[in-house]
Design a protein around this ligand. Structure first.
Ligand code: T4K
Length: 376
């Protein structure tokens, strides 16, 4: 196939942009109600809808995923040390730091790129209060093993499920595992509210505490129960979410087609690996990520990343650099590269490729042709 540069820049993702008239029709309801935030009617409808879509027992909406995760730590009264992965977006360890908790980095699994459950126990100390695992790129963590470890040591489990909208294991919503999961509804996510997020939990009793924490701790006009924060999702975000939600299934179908095109085009290309979920997992279709083995492929990930730009293709090196290499974390004992060999290898190999419903099959074929041309 003849490779050609794209006329317009191609990014790794583009948000679902619903018909503006549908959005403005819903906005009219907001205008008529005169209610813009603080548990408004649209917020409450979206909360109910998402309970069903995500197949979870409890859910609380937030203004973004990071604040949601900060509140999750508060709601479980976490302190001391929390074991987490270095291969994630900065928000994950920063949330711990903002709670006065020390992140303890644990190496990752070489295939799923999620925290390696077999290495978690060696990181536990008397100060450990929880495990904060990330379903990175929407691939589920080893939830069973993580829960077993947590139960054995009396730890809480939180999942950063920012990438895992709609993921299910054997039909069970991914947000039902652990004590609390956080979903991000940022514009770059499959389902979005421009900025936004949610916490989900199995124990319905958590809702009252979480809802207090996200509203300054205000219980009623006479009582402030705890030092809360402002984590509320407003009515404009909720309206956008309600409309976007109607487009999600169609977007998932389009991404499934593109995933198949990628998989087919890259089949047998030496040095390129694509991760595939097992058949009992419902996919997130959030990201399409490849691994590049420099020796076998004939070009490094960094070379591929920069060469792609010449073709107007803007891939991303998620999640480079490792969190354990940030200035603010590299002095931690758990950040020593010697104890994170897999993460250090993976972070040099991964590349997030363009993946969104607006791409055509022949765009993906062209992207794959450019990639293959860069190899041996
Ligand atoms: N935990 C994990 C594991 C996460 O990945 C994230 C967020 C969080 C926690 C925190 O959740 P939030 O607090 O954000 O709800 C983006 C997102 O801002 C961030 O939400 C996301 N993860 C992260 C993986 O990606 P950047 O800095 O890479 O985004 P940016 O602006 O470079 O956008 C990426 C591409 O998306 C652009 O090249 C083009 C496209 N794009 C982006 C935006 C914002 C659009 O087409 N339209 C848009 O409006 O962080």
């Amino acid at each position: 196939m003849l490779v050609r540069p794209f006329k317009e820049p191609v990014y790794i993702t583009r948000p679902i942009l619903p018909d503006l008239q549908e959005v403005s029709a819903k906005l009219k309801e907001v205008w008529a109600s005169g209610w813009l935030t603080n548990n408004g009617p649209q917020h409450n409808i979206l909360e109910k809808e998402l309970l069903k879509v995500l197949k979870v027992s409890g859910l609380s909406l937030f203004n973004n995923g990071t604040i949601a995760l900060i509140v999750a730590c508060q709601s479980l009264s976490l302190s001391g040390e929390v074991i987490t992965t270095p291969f994630t977006f900065p928000a994950t360890p920063h949330v711990l730091t903002w709670n006065g908790i020390k992140p303890v980095f644990c190496d990752i699994d070489p295939v799923t790129m999620n925290i390696d459950a077999d290495r978690i126990e060696s990181r536990i100390t008397p100060l450990t209060t929880a495990i904060l695992a990330v379903h990175v790129f929407g691939t589920p963590c080893n939830v069973q093993k993580i829960q077993e470890i947590a139960d054995r040591h009396g730890l809480k489990v939180m999942y950063d499920a920012a990438h895992a909208f709609g993921v299910e294991i054997d039909g069970e919503g991914i947000g039902n595992f652990g004590d609390i999961s956080m979903f991000s509804f940022h514009a770059t996510k499959l389902f979005h509210t421009a900025e936004g997020g949610a916490l989900t939990f199995k124990d319905k009793n958590l809702k009252q505490r979480i809802d207090l924490l996200k509203n300054f701790g205000i219980k009623n006009e006479d009582e402030v129960a705890m030092p809360g924060i402002n984590g509320k999702m407003n009515e404009l975000q909720a309206v956008l979410g309600l409309v976007v939600l109607e487009y999600v299934e169609e977007e998932r179908k389009k991404r499934k087609v593109l995933l198949d095109v990628y998989t087919e085009c890259l089949k047998g290309v030496e040095g390129i690996t694509v991760f595939k979920n097992s058949s009992n997992v419902r996919d997130s279709y959030q990201y399409f990520v490849i691994r590049i083995d420099e020796k076998a492929f004939g070009a490094s990930r960094d070379k591929v990343y920069s060469e792609f730009k010449k073709y107007n293709v803007f891939t991303r090196k998620y999640f480079y650099p490792l969190c354990s290499d940030y200035l603010c974390y590299r002095q931690l004992p758990s950040s020593s590269p010697a104890s994170l060999p897999v993460a250090h290898k993976v972070v040099r190999e991964v590349l997030s490729m363009p993946f969104y419903g607006g791409l055509r099959a022949d765009d993906v074929q062209n992207i794959c042709a450019i990639l293959k041309n860069l190899g041996k």
